[in-house]
Write a protein that binds this ligand. Structure first.
Ligand code: GLV
Length: 317
C-alpha cells in the first residue's frame, strides 16, 4: 500500500529523537518525519507511519501500526521489537558493524582491570602503601570463551587474540570462524566454559537463549573465571549468578546488561564485591553512527530495492 504523497517515517527515541531525525537524508517530497520522544507522541503518529526508526518503541503501539512495512532498530538487539503485536508482514532491520569496536574496548578494559589489579593498587595508593609483593597477571596465554559469534563477538575475539589470549567460541551453528581457535555448538557450552578464564556472553535474547547461563553453566566455570554479560540481561539467570558469586564459585562478574533495567536499587548484585556493574553502555548507539545504516536502507526502501541487515523474525536476530 504505497501512498501518493510522502511516506511517513516515525523517529522514536526517548532522549535523542531530534538528533536522529536531523541526520535522516531523504528528498522532502518523498519522506515526512514524525519525530517522537514520548510514548504519547508516538501513539499519535504510529497509525500513519510507513517506516519506524526507533529504539525501544513501546510494544503496545505496534497494534496500531496499520501502514507499517519496515522497522529499523537503532541498535544491534531487536528483542524489544519482535513482540507478538508487531504485524507479521513488517520487515525488521538492525544495525550491525557498529558496536563491536566499542565493545572490544569495554571487554579488554575490564579484563585488564582484573589482571592489572587496578582496584588493589588504587586502594594501596590511598593508604600510601608500597605493595610490591603483588604483581599484575598476564592476559596473554589466558583463555577467553565468547558465547555468541555474531559481528560483535568476532570483533572482540580478534582484539583478544591480538593481545595473546587463546579464544574459543560458542555459537548455535558451531561453524568455525577465523577469529576463534575452536567453536563449540550450544549443547557443548559447558565444555567451552570449563576451559575459560574469561567468559564473554554476547548473545541476542531469544526463546532459545533466555536463562541459558543458569546454574548448570555457572557450575561448569572455573572458580577463578570471570563472567562478562554484555548482550542481554535475561540470557543469564541472575538468581543463579548471585548465588555463584556469593559462594565464590566463580571469580567474579562484569555486567553491563540486566533482566530489568535500570537495575533496581535493592538488587543484590549492587552489593557484591566480586561484581563490576555498568549501566548498559558497553556498546552505545549514537545518531552519527546509526544514521548511515538507516539512510542506506531508506534509499533502498524508497527505490523498492531489498533492505540490508534484515532480521530473521522466526530466529529472533
Ligand atoms: C543495545 O543494547 C543494542 O541492542 O544495540
Amino acid at each position: 500500500m504505497r501512498r501518493r504523497g510522502p511516506a511517513t517515517v516515525l523517529v522514536f527515541h526517548p532522549d535523542e529523537a531530534k538528533a536522529y531525525a536531523a541526520l535522516v537524508r531523504a528528498p522532502r517530497a518523498r519522506v515526512r518525519l514524525a519525530v517522537c520522544a514520548t510514548p504519547a507522541e508516538a501513539a499519535a503518529a504510529v497509525g500513519d507511519a510507513d517506516v519506524i526508526y526507533a529504539w525501544k518503541l513501546p510494544p503496545d503501539l505496534y497494534a496500531r501500526a496499520a501502514r507499517l512495512t519496515w522497522l529499523q532498530a537503532m541498535g544491534a538487539g531487536v528483542d524489544w521489537a519482535l513482540v507478538p503485536t508487531l504485524p507479521p508482514g513488517v520487515t525488521v532491520t538492525r544495525a550491525p558493524g557498529i558496536f563491536g569496536p566499542w565493545m572490544r574496548e569495554y571487554v579488554l578494559g575490564w579484563c585488564l582491570w582484573v589482571t592489572q589489579h587496578t582496584e588493589t593498587y588504587r586502594a594501596a595508593q590511598r593508604e600510601r602503601r608500597w605493595r610490591e609483593e603483588i604483581l599484575p597477571d598476564r592476559l596473554a596465554g589466558k583463555t577467553m570463551a565468547i558465547v555468541g559469534l555474531g559481528d560483535i563477538g568476532r570483533t572482540i575475539a580478534a582484539a583478544a587474540r591480538a593481545l595473546g589470549l587463546r579464544v574459543i567460541g560458542v555459537s548455535r551453528s558451531g561453524r568455525p570462524v577465523r577469529e576463534a581457535e575452536r567453536v563449540y555448538r550450544l549443547p557443548a557450552l559447558a565444555r567451552a566454559l570449563g576451559q575459560a578464564d574469561f567468559v564473554v556472553v554476547v548473545l541476542p535474547l531469544t526463546d532459545g537463549t533466555r536463562g541459558l547461563l543458569g546454574a548448570r553453566a555457572l557450575a561448569a566455570m572455573r572458580p577463578t573465571a570471570w563472567l562478562f554479560n554484555i548482550g542481554r540481561g535475561a540470557v543469564v539467570d541472575e538468581a543463579a549468578l548471585v548465588t555463584a558469586l556469593r559462594e565464590r564459585r566463580i571469580g567474579g562478574a562484569v555486567l553491563d546488561v540486566f533482566a530489568s533495567e535500570p537495575l533496581p536499587a535493592e538488587h543484590p548484585l549492587w552489593g557484591l564485591d566480586n561484581v563490576a556493574l555498568t549501566p548498559h553502555i558497553s556498546g552505545p548507539s549514537t545518531p552519527a553512527e546509526i544514521a548511515p545504516v538507516f539512510n542506506d536502507n531508506l534509499a533502498r526502501w524508497l527505490a523498492g530495492r531489498p533492505l540490508r541487515h534484515v532480521v530473521d523474525r522466526a530466529r529472533g536476530y
